[in-house]
Design a protein. Structure first.
Length: 100
């Protein structure tokens, strides 16, 4: 399962960086590292079915629609993760957009 997780992580990261490029978003090194860690954890949850702890939707009200849409597009690539994953992932996009 390790190879499967690594392959899934790489595929999703490639998808994310294509999204970033299309939106002219350039994350800094720290943001890249945090995003990589998050995507690896998402791949693990996708493969094992491990649930997220409960997440409160209201915490993400300040996230832009664009960041939320990008995050949902990424979550859709997995095919089996809940919407809460997109809420959490959207923060990475929102923060990286501020680098412009």
């Amino acid at each position: 399962m390790v190879n499967e997780a690594e392959e899934l992580t790489t595929r999703i990261q490639d998808f994310i960086y294509a999204l970033f490029k299309s939106k002219h978003i350039t994350p800094n090194a720290v943001q890249e590292q945090m995003l990589a860690s998050h995507v690896k954890a998402m791949a693990h949850r996708s493969l094992t079915g491990e649930p997220l702890p409960e997440v409160e939707e209201s915490l993400f009200e300040e996230i832009s629609a664009e960041s939320m849409e990008m995050a949902q597009a990424v979550v859709d690539q997995f095919g089996n993760l809940p919407v809460e994953e997109a809420w959490l992932l959207s923060v990475h996009f929102e923060v990286a957009k501020d680098n412009l």
